[in-house]
Design a protein around this ligand. Structure first.
Ligand SMILES: [Cu+2]
Length: 126
């Protein structure tokens, strides 16, 4: 192996490692990365009408983008529209005012599509 070949292989390896480290980072937003979605843990949602009521209420927020509600995992997530900001506490209050108990509120960097995938993978049920 020439020194050139070695360098080239080493560079490729470093590239692969960097990608894996970035992919393994948690999705909770830090000060350095922008929050994209608000994720809530909600008690009291028991049927499709509960989900519909919450969805309708959240959709009315001016910055509302995609919404994900999972009854089994008690998750409500809403993504902000590009260029807009969702206030996590305001989202939590909308859900509370709909009659449900919010037990955790989190601003996360993940999209709603990512939250949906993670939530279902963590507890697919059935
Ligand atoms: Cu219901």
């Amino acid at each position: 192996m020439t020194p050139f070949q070695f360098t080239s292989i080493a560079r490729r390896l470093i590239g692969v490692l960097t990608v894996s480290v970035v992919a393994a980072l948690p999705v909770t937003a830090s000060a350095a990365e922008a929050a994209r979605s608000v994720k809530l843990q909600v008690n009291g949602m028991v049927c499709a009408f509960c989900a519909q009521g919450i969805e309708k209420r959240l959709k009315a927020l001016p910055a509302a983008g995609p919404i994900f509600i999972d009854l089994r995992n008690k998750v409500v997530a809403i993504e902000q529209r590009p260029g807009q900001t969702l206030d996590a506490e305001r989202v939590a209050n909308e859900v509370r005012e709909s009659g449900y108990e919010v037990v955790a509120t989190e601003a996360v960097a993940a999209t709603v599509a990512q939250i949906r995938t993670e939530t279902r993978a963590a507890n697919p049920g059935r």
